[in-house]
Design a protein around this ligand. Structure first.
Ligand code: ADP
Ligand code: MG
Length: 581
């Protein structure tokens, strides 16, 4: 907020107060840091420093070079429901500042010893105010550059019950670290620094590039394996970075959203992202994502939760769909070839010294290399430079009756024949004849009776509509016996009874990604059963057909279970390995 557009601090009317989602915002040091950071950002600061000592219990200090508070308003800022950001209930419809409740300074000052030193650009002197446990202790002139410094000492000194819930200083500091890094992601044009016990542990350069902040947060190696997303549609923009299918985590914790630069948590949007990786990730693994959504302020209600971490969208379905398609498109266009060997020492990208988040990172400034404004496949290391869509390949031969060797415009490809065939069949079954009709059924000359084990029969019951949709003609025949009159056409050779039993076992084993639809699981299980196996020798013609079929799929790089279909040895890599590069 610039000084010209800033309104005076005023008390909200009881009517407006009644409409505000009230709540205790001060839970732990990280929540204090969050509130003070938001104030600094709302004040238009471009340089913000956060310092904590003893996990924030001893001291939390946030200094900024923002607009400052006019001398005659400083005391007012500590009154509950006094704010310069909101005037009437109508303003609640389109909030463009991070704060609006006028509660934070009052709440923090009530449970700590707080000193504020603040000066507007045109004031001659600064003001220093000390509030302890909610009581004004002194208010005097001071000397300070334009901006604001808030120091919070001895948090919860007068609320022992609350103090008991504080964790180890390292844990509290980690939460603070999380808050600071996330605000840095949302505001990459501002310089944010965090010091913990006198040591600088995080610094965002303020370059305006999200990628630079990610390098400071996730490290260079991880950042290099992210793909840029940026799609705008009808006033809704989704941009940021997501991981390639080759990079995944054990939890959803690295899926992050910002709405109009507010860090939010939203289960449904997390589902939108994980579903976009449908069939691309192994079971129980989750992508990384940092996605910023921009929409008109009246499309999102931020006044639903005391800490403002949860929001409500006016058109939630649309937001969900757009995130999912943007991520899906980015990932399917750019999935790099999986590399199963380690990167040679000398091919490693330059390593920064700032390292992983929190873990004793050094105070050095993360620098972005000139001419490298964003991080993506174009600037990636040697193993990630291959384009996403599969290039046309020339089949050379087969190794170990399991892998097809092929040559492409950029080096050598090893294709897992089973995984590749699974991918081809999967798409053929899900979208038969260009997606118009149902998959074909092959009617059996002689119906077969199949007697199943109880578990298999249960699986069949649960998945009967899907099995029928994909071509199984099955009728109950009493007990655990079924009459089979037809099979999916793709299964036409082979033993139909065994195929059905194997497919039921496969569905029952749940080897497909959990977020998959029931339909997708049935299909993946059929494909696994039908696909050519490793150890099966293929003619040159069969291999050529398989590779051509694979080229036509939408996700040629992975099988429906999320494993890679191919390994790429780039011409560059070969040259270097042979000492030619
Ligand atoms: P809110 O942010 O919801 O308005 P706060 O209690 O956090 O409520 O702050 C009260 C008021 O004090 C703000 O509306 C703003 O005018 C002023 N203020 C607080 N922190 C700063 C700061 N760092 N720089 C400038 N003004 C500030
Ligand atoms: Mg505030």
């Amino acid at each position: 907020m610039s000084e010209e557009s800033r309104n005076p601090i005023r008390l909200l009317t009881p009517e407006v107060v009644g409409k505000i989602a009230a709540g205790e915002a001060v839970e732990r040091p990280a929540s204090v840091v969050k509130e003070l950071l938001e104030n600094a950002i709302d004040a238009g600061a471009t340089d913000i420093r956060v310092e904590v000592r003893q996990g924030g219990q001893r001291l939390i200090a946030v200094s900024d070079n923002g607009c400052g508070i006019p001398g005659d308003e400083v005391e007012m800022a500590f009154t509950r429901h006094a704010t310069s950001k909101l005037r009437d209930a109508e303003d609640l419809e389109g909030i463009s500042t991070l704060g609006f409740r006028g509660e934070a300074l009052a709440s923090i000052a009530a449970v700590a010893q707080l000193t504020i030193l603040t000066r507007t650009r045109d004031a001659h002197a600064a003001r220093r105010l000390r509030v302890e446990g909610g009581r004004l202790v002194h208010h005097e002139p001071g000397a300070a550059p334009a901006g604001t410094l808030v120091s919070v000492e001895n948090l919860f000194y007068n609320v022992p019950a609350r103090r008991k819930f504080l964790r180890q200083p390292t844990t509290e500091s980690a939460h603070v670290h999380d808050v600071v890094t996330h605000y840095a992601m949302a505001y990459p044009e501002r310089r944010l620094e965090l010091q913990v016990d006198g040591r600088s542990v995080f610094l965002s350069p303020g370059s305006g590039q999200l990628a630079d902040v990610l390098v400071s947060t996730l490290g260079l190696d991880t950042t290099e394996r992210l793909i840029a997303v940026d799609e705008a549609n009808d006033g809704l923009r989704v941009h940021g970075y997501v991981s390639t299918a080759a990079l995944h985590r054990a939890t959803r914790a690295d899926i992050t959203f910002f709405v109009n630069r507010r860090w939010i948590s939203d289960r449904s949007l997390t589902v939108a992202v994980t579903q976009a990786y449908h069939t691309l990730l192994p079971l129980g693994r989750y992508p990384l994502a940092v996605l910023l959504l921009e929409m008109p302020p009246d499309e999102v209600d931020v006044n639903v939760h005391p800490t403002k971490r949860e929001v409500r969208f006016r058109h939630g379905q649309r937001v969900f769909a757009q995130i999912q398609s943007a991520v899906r498109r980015a990932v399917s266009q750019q999935a790099p070839v999986a590399a199963t060997f380690t990167r040679p020492e000398w091919a490693a990208p330059p390593r920064g010294q700032w390292g992983q988040a929190g873990a004793g990172a050094s105070p050095s400034l993360p620098h972005s290399e000139p001419g490298r404004p964003t991080v993506g496949p174009a600037s990636s290391g040697p193993l990630w430079e291959s384009p996403a869509v599969m290039p046309p390949l020339r089949v050379i031969g087969q190794v170990a009756q399991t892998y097809i060797i092929a040559e492409g415009p950029d080096g050598l490809y090893l294709i897992d024949q089973h995984a590749a065939h699974e991918r081809v069949l999967y798409e053929r079954l899900l979208h038969p004849h260009g997606g118009e009709s149902r998959p074909d059924t092959q009617t059996l000359m002689q119906p077969l009776t199949v007697t199943l084990a109880p578990r298999q029969a249960a699986t069949l019951h649960e998945n009967l509509p899907q099995l029928q949709h994909f071509g199984f003609a099955l009728e109950p025949f009493g007990g655990e016996t079924w009459l089979m009159r037809g099979v999916p056409a793709v299964l036409h050779h082979g033993d139909p009874t065994r195929a059905l039993v194997d497919i039921l076992d496969e569905i029952g084993a749940g080897n497909t990604p959990l977020q998959d639809s029931q339909e997708a699981r049935v299909v993946a299980s059929i494909c696994k059963q039908v696909a050519v196996k490793g150890g099966q020798s293929l003619s040159q013609q069969e291999m050529r057909e398989l590779v051509q079929d694979l080229e036509r799929t939408s996700m040629p790089r992975t099988c429906p279970h999320g494993r890679p279909t191919m390994i790429h040895l780039s011409a560059n890599l070969l040259a270097r390995q042979f000492g030619r590069g």
